[in-house]
Design a protein around this ligand. Structure first.
Ligand SMILES: *Cc1c(COP(=O)(O)O)cnc(C)c1O
Length: 387
């Protein structure tokens, strides 16, 4: 029988996450691969979801999302960033940021169009661009003085006549970079010069460290009108299983996104939306405490990795540390990641799976630090055996 999967999706068969998680289970390893916290979100917010179910919020919510969540998102964008969005026409609720990005890309780029992505990139981007029938044009983020960044000339050179979109993720998974105002200005200039739309994935907007500030691209001059911003509750409130996110953009872009989203899933789970609205209104102090605790966990993991012989990059945001494996005498991250469960009882993700040019990331592995202190401690103790 012939291969049933359409050709454009064939390169996305088995993900490394499935393989590594299976190995973690089979070997009893500590899983610092996939990025999800091992503690719960704010108790009152969890209670708000239960209450929404108990009080009958169990039928289809409006396609664009519950008004209370759209209003809470608009209030959050205004208070935190000074950005004004009309909750009726410029905010749209999606099934997590993943669907927000997917619906945006599918709405705004079609067959043969080019989408610029910064590599390494979040794993859903490549598949989403392929689903749209579009072509990804990667721009490399490389380490410069301890931090991953891009060369402005390479970004400019990546733009061609078929370029439609730039997909921007800041704070960036897996590189850990929070783009500076200067870096964002370069992206903004390119967008304006070539009449491109930016889709920004800001799911780690609250999770930045060392006083580094997250700047939404939409706050730069002339960018609100050409930026589709995506975020969600998953990372900010440690409820990654809730899959509740939103898009904020000028009404004409929201209408475009709506046209796609309504036929992907129509609406997003109602009880989660009620609880998300509650979280945005009431639990931002909790998020502030989460940020502090994650900063300490980052430092804890980095000290342990350095003691075990890795060279590390201190991320300015997100859940992840990039570790260079060469000081330990390894050169290939995939080989090491596959050996780690047996050799050390720890699972990590080889960063090269997030690249179109895997050679650029061959010597990095990604460790997640959104885990309990004792889990991090046990993991680095085990990793110390490698040296
Ligand atoms: C975790 C993550 C997502 C997924 O967000 P959901 O709201 O769970 O869909 C999207 N983008 C990045 C960069 C992530 O790390």
């Amino acid at each position: 029988m012939s291969e049933p999967l359409v050709p454009r999706m064939r390169e996305f068969g088995e993900t490394i996450f499935a393989e590594m998680s299976a190995r973690a289970v089979a070997t009893g390893s500590i899983n610092l691969g996939q990025g999800f916290p091992d503690t719960d979100g704010p108790p009152a917010m969890l209670e708000a979801a239960v209450e929404a179910i108990r009080s009958g919020g169990n039928q289809y919510p409006p396609g664009p999302g519950l008004p209370e969540l759209r209003e809470a998102v608009a209030a959050q964008r205004l208070e935190r960033y000074g950005l004004e969005f009309d909750p009726a026409t410029e905010v749209y609720v999606t099934v997590g940021a993943t669907e927000g990005v997917a619906a945006s890309v599918m709405a705004l780029a079609g067959p043969g169009d080019e989408v610029i992505v910064f590599e390494p990139y979040y794993d859903s981007y490549a598949a989403t661009v392929a689903l749209a029938g579009a072509v990804r044009r990667p721009v490399l983020l490389r380490p410069v003085e301890g931090r991953f960044t891009f060369d402005p000339d390479e970004l400019r050179a990546a733009v061609g006549p078929r370029t439609r979109l730039i997909l921007v993720n800041s704070p960036h998974n897996p590189a850990g970079t929070v783009f500076t105002r200067d870096e964002l200005q370069v992206i903004a200039d390119v967008c304006r010069e070539h009449d491109l739309v930016a889709v920004t994935d800001e799911v780690y907007e609250y999770l930045t460290y060392d006083g580094v500030e997250h700047v939404p691209l939409a706050t730069l001059d002339g960018m609100r009108e050409r930026t589709v911003t995506v975020s969600s509750v998953g990372k900010s409130f440690s409820v990654t299983g809730w899959k509740t996110g939103w898009v904020t953009a000028p009404a004409r872009y929201v209408r475009a996104v709506q046209t796609v989203k309504q036929f992907l899933t129509y609406a997003t789970g109602g009880p989660w939306q009620r609880a998300a609205a509650y979280g945005l209104r009431n639990e931002l102090p909790w998020v502030g405490e989460l940020r502090k605790s994650l900063e300490a966990k980052r430092d804890r993991l980095i000290s342990g990795l350095e003691a075990a012989g890795f060279a590390t990059y201190r991320p300015q945001g997100t859940y992840f540390v990039q570790a260079d494996i060469r000081p330990l005498g390894f050169t290939d991250g995939i080989e090491l990641a596959k050996a780690l469960p047996e050799r050390a009882g720890v699972v990590a993700i080889p960063t090269q799976v997030f690249y179109d040019h895997p050679e650029a990331g061959a010597h990095f592995v990604r460790f997640a630090f959104c885990k309990k202190d004792e889990v991090i401690d046990e993991a680095v103790e085990r990793l110390a055996r490698l040296a």
